[in-house]
Write a protein that binds this ligand. Structure first.
Ligand code: UDP
Length: 240
């Protein structure tokens, strides 16, 4: 994973999901600390407005394109990315790896009952995983007890489901305190893992219209998608 593709100042890795998992597996086995961001157009646009957040993203080891908008943007910039890598799919593949290798996983974020249900499902579906620990996502951002709890559990993977930009900020601010582990912000993934929110059926996902399914199921999200035309506009302006 060396080639980078610049989309509005965010350097995405030119990679596939398979290659990413392969790279991450090697890094875990070497206890190499890793910060992964899965960025969609909303995140890229937020970084335009918030330079500190942009720096946070730039400090990640890997930035993966989550969202068809990023793929479209890269194509318009004549520097295409190989495929969309939904954060949820990457997390599932990592859980699969953790199951196979009996790795320690920490789950940080979401509402307490969602988190507990998600963990019950993980224990059922991935019995090989060692749940290193968990904590709900409603704590003060600089709460050191939460950081100590994660650190003392000595996790190989930490999934942080606080929604952006909080999750990336939390990882960035505390990263230096950890010796090892894969750290990844996973947004609303625990809601899906717990069964609280259903993911789009496979056909919708294959057609790259997962965003439409989410919009139909959670119409209150429309505001979060309204910036997509602005993203494309900005790409077109950059290109010209
Ligand atoms: N959340 C949290 N703490 C907060 C705010 C949000 O743990 O202070 C959780 C929320 O319960 C949900 C997730 O973060 O599980 C955010 O989900 P959202 O769908 O907004 O994220 P996206 O996938 O769109 O980034």
């Amino acid at each position: 994973m060396s080639k980078k593709v610049d989309v509005l100042g965010i350097e995405f890795d030119h990679t596939t999901k398979k290659e990413t998992i392969h790279t991450l597996e090697k890094r875990i086995m070497k206890n190499k600390k890793t910060f992964i961001v899965t960025a969609n157009p909303e995140i890229v646009m937020h970084a335009q407005r918030d330079p500190q957040y942009k720096k946070t993203l730039q400090s990640a080891d890997y930035i993966i394109p989550d969202g068809i908008g990023v793929i479209m943007g890269a194509k318009l910039l004549k520097n295409p990315l190989p495929e969309r890598i939904p954060g949820f799919d990457l997390m599932k593949d990592l859980l699969h790896l953790a199951n196979k290798e009996s790795l320690r996983v920490f789950f940080l974020g979401a509402r307490e009952e969602v988190l507990n249900k998600a963990i019950d499902n993980v224990k059922r579906d991935y019995p090989g995983i060692q749940v290193a620990g968990c904590h709900h996502g409603f704590f003060e951002e600089n709460d050191l007890e939460v950081v100590s709890m994660v650190k003392e559990s000595s996790p190989d993977m930490v999934f942080v489901a606080l929604g952006f930009p909080r999750q990336e900020r939390w990882i960035h601010n505390n990263y230096h305190l950890f010796q090892k582990g894969i750290f990844m912000g996973v947004g609303g993934s625990f809601d899906v893992l717990s069964g609280t929110i259903k993911r789009a059926p496979e056909l919708w996902r294959k057609l790259n219209i997962e965003w439409l399914y989410r919009l139909i199921k959670q119409p209150q999200r429309w505001k979060r998608m309204a910036f997509l035309p602005l993203f494309i506009l900005k790409i077109l302006r950059t290109r010209n």
